[in-house]
Design a protein around this ligand. Structure first.
Ligand code: BTN
Length: 246
């Protein structure tokens, strides 16, 4: 992981470059990292604020020989790896909000965006975009995310080495990815559930087809969220924004 690194000063999106490299035959573990993104992409067609020199904005190319429906599992593998890397470097204890937001004290510090290149049912390449707010000050965040976002520096009161954290992410991800390929998703699922914020809580899943309210029971073997509605019916949610009723 990270043995081939494409470093860029300023790009529109590292995802876009990684997609091109993957198509051109980049080896597994290739990373695209940029100091600044002008059009950082978030989930659900949102923008990801990626100012100069303050965060880790990177995309990692993986090429597992797996069917497409396993892709969400790799997002969860990545989320666990990033949580562990943040713990290693800062001593903070982040939590994961399904599917892959990493929060500290309820505020978002990291987002993960997984995009696929697939042929029929098989994964050709999976592009995992990771955005970590590292050294922003509170006032650096735009108004619309000021109350919902944070950075590692805000949380620790220290300047954090972005290079050191990136190395920690590579080390943790490589280890977990190899475990996943060898032993399957189960050991990762256990770790993920240990870090999960929403499990056992009353939540609302805001999906494109409407809201689903109920208790978050956990995730399936495929990394899909299970919600038990008030009427007892269990619903499977593949993609949504989660609101947690505290
Ligand atoms: C989210 O919406 O939470 C996911 C955000 C993912 C942001 C990262 S930053 C590096 C990579 N390049 C992008 O354009 N997006 C991802």
């Amino acid at each position: 992981m990270g043995r081939s690194i494409h470093y860029e000063e300023k790009v529109d999106s590292t995802q876009k470059i990684a997609h091109r490299l993957a198509t051109d035959g980049a080896v597994e573990g290739t990373v695209v990292v940029a100091e600044e993104q002008t059009l950082g992409r978030g989930r659900l067609d949102r923008r990801w604020h990626s100012p100069k020199y303050t965060g880790i904005w990177m995309s990692i190319i993986l090429k597992p020989n797996l069917p497409m429906h396993k892709a969400p599992q790799l997002t969860l593998v990545t989320a666990v790896a990033v949580v562990q890397a943040i713990e290693d470097v800062t001593g903070l204890l982040p939590q994961i909000k399904w599917p892959n937001d990493i929060l500290i004290d309820g505020k978002k510090v990291t987002g993960i965006l997984t995009e696929l290149q697939a042929d029929a049912d098989r994964i050709n390449a999976i592009i995992i975009g990771i955005g970590i707010n590292v050294n922003q000050k509170l006032e650096d965040f735009p108004e619309d995310i000021l109350h919902t976002a944070t950075s590692l520096s805000v949380e620790t009161g220290q300047v954090i080495s972005r290079a050191g954290l990136m190395q920690a992410v590579f080390a943790r991800l490589e280890k977990l990815y190899l475990t996943y390929l060898k032993d399957g998703f189960y050991p990762i699922k256990l770790l993920w559930e240990g870090y999960a914020l929403s499990i056992g809580k009353e939540i609302i899943a805001r999906t494109v087809t409407g809201d689903i309210a109920g208790k978050a029971l956990g995730i399936t073997e495929d990394g899909v969220l299970k919600i038990q509605q008030e009427d007892g019916e269990i619903r499977h949610v593949y993609s949504a924004d989660i609101i947690i009723n505290e």
